[in-house]
Design a protein around this ligand. Structure first.
Ligand SMILES: NC(=O)c1ccc[n+]([C@@H]2O[C@H](COP(=O)([O-])OP(=O)(O)OC[C@H]3O[C@@H](n4cnc5c(N)ncnc54)[C@H](O)[C@@H]3O)[C@@H](O)[C@H]2O)c1
Length: 284
């Protein structure tokens, strides 16, 4: 841990010696970059060993290759967070391979298929969405904290749960397509608050990073299925939602926010919902 905050020339946001489990480190197929990949790259650039986890084996291996090509340290685990056993296996593997867990980022999401015309979704698809967006978050928070409790020192670990402004702002009304995502993210916000209280005494911090419109593969693809918008229309709509004149952000703005939350510089912060949304949820 490096807390010599007042030292001139100190390296900021140094994750050296820390092991960060990045759940959702691959990315949905398509051009561009996802938040999980960007956070993984940045954490590795700041010295962390990254345990890169994703359902998509090709994408997560690509992330690891990118980190290793830059001289960083990472390995991949293929896992489905809808399965409790897989969630347990992630942290068992991290402990047996790396010996410790200091950080965990839950950056997974899914929008299950639904019928846009009839506004209907099968119960199985709905439940799968909740399992991935919420229950997987619960399991990963639980198992991550069990690893972090074994660390010594005042700041035993940092958990960052990636949420969305869809959990506080509804533009689609009673549209079933967005429900497993929006409700799952509401649950994720709540899991953060409960876990923050539960683990504070153990020195484990838990925060929500709530994202607004970010230019990622997933956001562009799902704007089409949820809103019926093509890529240009989606960009225009996302830019409209953001109040800052810059329009929607890149994945790097979210990666730097996650880096701050993982690093010792944020060691007095827990249980918070950080809105990184360009003012999209501001009310006047
Ligand atoms: N892009 C945005 O505008 C935006 C806005 C708000 C919140 N977010 C959040 O950011 C996070 C990352 O999303 P992104 O937009 O960067 O997309 P992304 O496609 O890069 O990340 C999602 C990842 O989750 C993985 N995944 C899906 N189901 C899984 C499962 N069952 N088990 C394991 N991994 C699984 C996917 O393979 C993918 O790699 C998500 O939590 C999302 O809700 C994004």
């Amino acid at each position: 841990m490096s807390t010599d905050f007042d030292r001139k020339g100190r390296k900021a946001f140094d994750l050296s010696g820390k092991v960060v489990v990045m759940v959702g480190a691959g990315q949905s197929p398509g051009p561009g970059m996802g938040n999980g990949r960007a956070i993984s790259l940045l954490a590795a650039r700041h010295g962390a060993e990254v345990v890169a986890v994703d359902l998509n084996p090709t994408a997560v291996k690509e992330t690891v290759e990118m980190i290793v090509a830059e001289g960083g340290n990472a390995y991949a685990i293929e896992a489905d967070v809808a399965s409790k056993d897989d969630c347990q296996r992630i942290f068992d593997t991290a402990m047996s391979t790396s010996g410790r867990v200091d950080g965990m980022v839950y950056s997974v999401a899914t929008n299950p298929p639904f019928d846009f015309e009839t506004n209907s979704m099968t119960v199985e698809n709905f439940n799968h969405g909740i399992n991935v967006n919420m229950l997987g978050c619960y399991h990963c928070n639980l198992f991550a904290a069990q690893c972090m409790e074994r660390n010594s020192g005042d700041t035993a670990g940092s958990i960052v749960n990636i949420s969305s402004i869809a959990s506080v702002k509804n533009e689609l009304g009673l549209n079933i397509g967005i429900m497993p995502y929006a409700l799952g993210k509401c649950g994720l916000n709540h899991i953060t608050e409960i876990a923050a209280v539960q683990y504070a005494e153990a020195g484990i911090r838990v925060n929500t990073l709530m994202l607004g419109p970010i230019n990622s593969v997933l956001a562009n693809r799902d704007s089409q299925s949820l809103f019926g918008l093509d890529a240009d229309e989606a960009t225009e709509r996302h830019n409209d939602v953001v109040k800052l004149k810059m329009g929607r952000a890149s994945v790097w703005e979210s990666a730097y926010a996650a880096l701050y939350l993982l690093a010792d510089e944020s060691r007095f912060m827990t249980g918070q919902q950080i809105r990184l949304d360009g003012g999209a949820t501001l009310v006047r």
